[in-house]
Ligand binder design. Structure first.
Ligand code: ACO
Length: 370
């Protein structure tokens, strides 16, 4: 990443090229193994993912303990961490490169199955089992939007959009969740536990949880301020609220992912024939903020979360699922960073702190304390 110039590359490839010309599984391979796959390497990789998409039947029973309406991210975190119980050979991350690779493939393969189950269970619908005839992304869409009662017809517009969104989220240096995965994994905790921790970090509204917040903010403007963005902008300037989907710790010029997503958002809504007033509100909000000295001086620009929710909504995902979709996209980045750290046998992570309290004091018994 070059935050000043707004550049993002995965292993040297521009994000714009990858989003336009590759598939999510190609990007997964690139991040995991270092180079874009040849056609035969990709076929082997996708074949191995296909072989591991099913989850243990007892995992389906875990859903019975979640109360109705529990947040999908809490469920995802629990389910992913629980994979360590179902695959005890994953507990030792130093067993062998082959064993580690199998643990990784299992996780990448099962994540869409679990994410789709969360959406289905949330609706009270029967879950759909993966189908080997579909590729990775189509399979996820089938399990999420298919129905036991009828034939599923994949829509190439939706599959393309999903591939693009997942690619754009796939890796992003040492953001909060990725650093969490690395620091947990640095104690030689197993992959599933490390990724569970990363999901927890992603959930927060200042990180991946912002995509849900953006949509709720836009709906608030639509329902309370007649679509007028001025009040929300004024409240953000008065520090009464954050403008969700704005600002980034590293990008201080523009977020290249947001540019691609904004364009994709226009195209996808047009292709799907969806007219969503939230898109107009988002554009007006962006315009108002980009022309306001408060945001200009602080170099606050739309980030990846600003427009993604509008696309997810158009594709049919419920708002609480948005951050799960972010997690699905970020998974190969988290896993690759965890893998790299294990391969380099890095030391345990141990941030230091600057302590500003008392240095040394005599102990006073409880009766003498004032
Ligand atoms: N709305 C209003 N004001 C903001 C916003 C915002 N979204 N973001 C930052 N500011 C203000 C701060 O109040 C601060 O003002 P001050 O100088 O008067 O004190 C100034 O801009 C700098 O803010 P920092 O907190 O120092 O910026 P930082 O780089 O630490 O934070 C962050 C980045 C956490 C992303 C922040 O911009 C934010 O909370 N944004 C909204 C949440 C969001 O969209 N998160 C997703 C980020 S992308 C991702 O994780 C995928």
């Amino acid at each position: 990443m070059d935050g000043e110039k707004g550049i993002l590359r995965y292993r040297g490839y521009n994000i714009e090229d990858l989003a336009e010309k590759s598939s999510f599984t190609e990007v997964m391979y690139l991040l995991l193994y270092g180079s874009l796959p040849t056609a035969s390497q990709l076929a082997v990789f996708e074949g191995s993912l296909t072989q591991h998409t099913l989850v243990h039947e007892n995992i389906v029973k875990v859903f019975e303990v979640f109360p109705a309406g529990s947040h999908p991210m809490g469920q995802l975190m629990t389910l992913i961490a629980s994979l360590s119980s179902f695959y005890p050979d994953s507990l030792n991350p130093n067993k062998s490169p082959e064993a580690t690779n199998l643990t990784i493939i299992r996780l990448l393969a099962k994540m869409p199955t679990l994410a789709a189950m969360i959406q289905k269970k949330g609706k009270g619908h029967p879950v759909l089992y993966p189908q080997n005839k579909y590729d990775y992304v189509t399979n996820f869409l089938y399990m999420t939007f298919g129905n036991v009662t009828e034939e599923f017809t994949p829509d190439p517009v939706i599959t393309d959009a999903m591939n693009k969104l997942l690619i754009l989220h796939a890796d992003h240096e040492q953001n909060c969740s990725t650093s969490t995965v690395r620091i947990v994994g640095s104690s030689h905790a197993n992959l599933y536990a490390s990724i569970g921790a990363g999901i927890a970090a992603l959930w927060g509204p200042r990180h991946g949880g912002a995509n849900q917040e953006v949509l709720e903010m836009l709906e608030y403007i639509r329902d309370n301020d007649n679509g007028n963005v001025k009040k929300v902008v004024a409240e953000a300037k008065d520090k009464k609220r954050l403008l969700f989907g704005f600002g980034h710790r590293v990008y201080k010029n523009f977020d290249p992912r947001a540019k691609i997503i904004k364009k994709a958002c226009d195209n996808i809504l047009k292709k799907l024939g969806v007219h969503d007033p939230l898109l107009e509100i988002a554009k007006e909000l962006e315009e108002a903020a980009l022309n306001d000295p408060y945001f200009i001086e602080r170099k606050l620009y739309p980030n990846v979360d600003f427009y993604s929710g509008i696309i997810y909504k158009a594709l049919g995902f419920p708002t609480p699922m948005f951050t799960v979709l972010f997690a699905l996209g970020r998974l190969p980045g988290w896993v690759s960073q965890w893998k790299e750290m294990r391969e380099r046998n890095e030391d345990i992570g141990r941030p230091r702190q600057i302590y500003t309290g008392e240095i040394q004091r005599p102990f006073v018994g409880i009766k003498e304390r004032k």
